[in-house]
Design a protein around this ligand. Structure first.
Ligand SMILES: O=C(O)CCC(=O)C(=O)O
Ligand SMILES: [Fe+2]
Length: 339
């Protein structure tokens, strides 16, 4: 018996993808129905197992997870715990309240910003964040000392995982292993990372940390120090609370895998609520994108009479700017390109 590490037995994944209209479907994603439904767990190491049967079972499971969820916890990814410890420690030091004035230099100046800082405490958003460009050239703040080294270490490890997932996901789409890497030109992929600090509830104004959104790109990788308020809207219209296992990575499919696969794999709306957080929380969400000049449209392999082209093509750069945002804002424009 081949063991697949999962919060659910993979054999339970028998619900066909098109069966989304069960009684829990709300239609209105603002309806507050929360669920502690478990988010599936994928074992990264099994996707590359030397045992062909084990590997093919793991890929089959990943394929179901991508179609029926679009997000999952990734475990056994091989990134050492120390890399996460350093990342969270460095990020806490960076957000030290006594150095707030130093961070203000990264307040929005214009579209060429390579580092962007902001702090919103309002009923619509409660977080302090810094966004940095992590790839193809990195742009990190010089302080605190050694922080850029820590970030470099983290993003270098994470990119290996992202390339591994691109290969595994290409196979789940029954395409050549390098299909996604080539379609997105990931070698020069444009990665923006948001380091977020959420206040505890007694210091926030209202319940929202980050409002509803989807993220552009191939996938989003997200790590956090403590659980606290991230919710993802499932295809059944339920908000699922994310309880990320210690040092696991939350993977979410981005808008561009949805576009490339003509909607076979979908990006999902998510948000952060801070109303129940007794302590502050840090998250690092990295949007791993195609190269800026890459034109992304549904691949012919996913378009036929039964599946007409559902999205218009656009370069990644144009997509990021289509909402009037800067590249570093990484705003979704999915609604604008749906046909
Ligand atoms: O902090 C989180 O849990 C989510 C952040 C997020 O969605 C983002 O930065 O795009
Ligand atoms: Fe996000």
């Amino acid at each position: 018996m081949v063991e697949i590490v999962s919060s659910r037995n993979p054999c339970e994944f028998t619900t066909p993808v098109h069966c989304i209209s069960d009684s829990t479907f709300l239609g209105d994603h603002h309806a507050d129905q929360y669920s502690d439904d478990e988010i599936p767990t994928v074992d990264y190491s099994l996707l590359f197992s030397d045992d062909p049967q084990q590997q093919s079972l793991a890929l089959e499971y990943l394929s179901q997870v991508c179609q029926e969820y679009g997000f999952f916890y990734l475990v056994n990814h091989g990134i050492p715990d120390k890399v996460f410890d350093n990342l969270f420690e460095g990020t806490y030091d960076f957000f030290d309240p006594s150095t707030m004035d130093e961070r203000r230099v990264y307040t929005k100046k214009g579209p060429k910003d390579r580092i962007r800082w902001d702090r919103n405490t309002s009923s619509g958003e409660n977080r302090e964040y810094i966004k940095v460009i992590a790839h193809p050239q990195y742009h990190f703040p010089p302080n605190p000392p050694r922080f850029s080294e820590v970030l470099d270490g983290y993003y270098t490890e994470m990119r290996k995982i992202v390339i591994g997932l691109a290969r595994a996901m290409s196979k789940t789409l029954e395409l050549k292993e390098d299909f996604i890497e080539k379609a997105f030109n990931l070698k020069s992929g444009f990665d923006v990372s948001a380091l977020n600090l959420y206040p505890p509830n007694h210091m926030s104004k209202g319940r929202v940390g980050v409002p509803d959104h989807t993220d552009p790109g191939f996938i989003v990788t997200l790590v956090q120090d403590v659980n606290g308020g991230l919710q993802i809207l499932s295809h059944k219209g339920k908000w699922i609370n994310a309880y990320i296992p210690h040092n696991a990575i939350l993977i979410q499919i981005g808008d561009h895998l949805e576009i490339l696969s003509n909607g076979k794999y979908k990006s999902h709306i998510h948000r952060v609520l801070v109303e129940n957080n007794k302590v502050q929380r840090i998250s690092v969400a990295t949007l791993h994108g195609p190269s800026l000049d890459k034109y992304i449209s549904p691949a012919p392999e996913f378009v036929d009479e039964d599946h007409p082209q559902a999205y218009r093509g656009m370069t990644y750069k144009d997509y990021l700017e289509a909402n009037g945002g800067d590249q570093i804002d990484v705003q979704s424009s999915l609604d604008q390109i749906k046909l």
